[in-house]
Design a protein around this ligand. Structure first.
Ligand SMILES: [Zn+2]
Length: 200
């Protein structure tokens, strides 16, 4: 496993939600220079950490398919990989697998079964499939921008003045906002003082 630091993880985090963020935007959000962001992204791509930037399409654009779940037994599990129709492979034992197959008709299903040469133990047609969207969980934690502790759960992401901050919990997020507001107020009153000083 490649070692990832805070900057890498934050880049991954931001791109996970919007892979179209430009280098300039990422640099601004994280308060980094453009060359830094560029070289980091190149590194992440080269190391295979970021494997691709993809899009999410409306399901209406997809061709109607029938989903079938099968419990199968095979002496040659690698052969399952050869079929694009097999969209999910869950291994139970060295021979037993639960697979999900997407086919347009029975003929295509038969071709997969015969071609892959597995024994069908059970076959279940899926009447309705609803894939729940879930964010990719990132394994390596990074630090909270308020308390400095490692964020274990999903971070709270907060955008403020074109910058992005990550917090471990609601409390840190609240405290950070409060501290920010105080700084703003202070700056404001400093500005007033300067203005008044000019008047005299
Ligand atoms: Zn915290």
């Amino acid at each position: 496993m490649v070692k990832l630091d805070e900057v890498d993880l934050k880049l991954i985090y931001l791109l996970r939600d919007n892979s179209r963020l430009s280098i300039s935007e990422l640099a601004e959000l994280l308060g980094l220079s453009r060359p830094t962001v560029k070289s980091r992204l190149e590194k992440l791509e080269k190391e295979g950490i970021i494997q691709k930037y993809t899009i999410k399409l409306s399901p209406e654009l997809e061709r109607a398919e029938n989903i079938v779940i099968m419990i199968v037994k095979t002496e040659d599990p690698e052969s399952l990989e050869n079929f694009n129709e097999i969209i999910e492979i869950n291994k139970f034992t060295s021979k037993k697998h639960v697979i999900k197959v997407a086919v347009e008709n029975m003929k295509q299903l038969r071709q997969v079964i015969e071609g892959a040469g597995f024994e069908v133990i059970e076959i279940m047609p899926v009447l309705e499939m609803r894939e729940r969207e879930r964010p990719i969980k990132i394994r390596v934690p990074f630090k909270c921008d308020y308390c400095g502790k490692e964020i274990v759960e999903e971070p709270i992401v907060y955008k403020y003045r074109n910058k992005v901050y990550f917090f471990c919990c609601e409390t840190c997020f609240r405290e950070f906002k409060k501290a920010r507001e105080n700084i703003e107020k202070f700056k404001l009153s400093e500005g007033q003082k300067v203005e008044e000083a000019h008047k005299h």
